[in-house]
Design a protein around this ligand. Structure first.
Ligand code: FMN
Length: 186
């Protein structure tokens, strides 16, 4: 499991290659297996592979969404705010489950943040996506995860990236014996 965690890096450039149907099913299976508060499973997912719709998603905010234009697949991750007061958390877990399954399937992915982001001064990214995808009011869009075969293999994270000083034991800032390897300190 940790290998997947080290290897998962955000992918923003994809090969022009379709994702097989059985892999798409596995990505959604991972999402639908995600835990949720009180088991309420407030999420709903929209799979997008139509280039015209991907282009719309890519313009859902001024920065950080353009990668979706050339992704072969995006999954819009929505949560029903009437079913859970913690739909943000529930949808976040579903988003990362999709990303980790993507890595396990040899695919790359990137989370595009939609909740609390703006299309322009007057329209939220959530409203913009609602308008184009006919999404009912009770569903809020948390994220759009872009997925595809990686055009560039980014170096995996290493033990030098592990910030052990963020970990305390029993009392805040009471350090553990876990430390960054010596070879990283230079
Ligand atoms: C909550 C969240 C929101 C993010 N939003 C975006 C985004 O809108 N656009 C984007 O290109 N990357 C986005 N990312 C990806 C982060 O930029 C990326 O995970 C971070 O820089 C660490 O790099 P890595 O994923 O390669 O380890 C988001 C990641 C998270 C967890």
């Amino acid at each position: 499991m940790l290998d997947i965690f080290y290897n998962r890096r955000s992918t923003r450039k994809f090969l022009d290659k379709k994702i097989e149907e059985n892999k798409i099913k596995k990505l959604l299976t991972a999402a639908l297996l995600a835990p949720s508060s009180k088991g309420s499973r407030p999420w709903e997912f929209i799979i997008v592979d139509d280039p015209a719709l991907l282009a719309i998603l890519a313009t859902s905010k001024p920065h950080g969404a353009t990668l979706l234009k050339h992704a072969p697949l995006a999954i819009i991750i929505t949560g029903d705010k009437t079913k859970s007061d913690v739909w943000v958390e529930d949808c976040s877990i579903a988003s990362i489950f999709v990303q980790l399954e993507a890595e396990a399937l040899g695919l790359g992915s990137c989370w595009v943040q939609i909740n609390r982001r703006y299309y322009n001064d007057n329209i939220t990214s959530n409203e913009y996506i609602h308008e184009h995808f006919n999404i009912p009011d009770e569903l809020e869009v948390l994220s759009v995860v872009g997925i595809g075969y990686k055009a560039i293999e980014r170096p995996p994270l290493s033990d030098c990236d592990i910030l052990w000083d963020k970990v305390s034991k029993n009392h805040y800032q009471n350090r553990t014996d876990f430390t960054i390897p010596k070879e990283c300190e230079e």
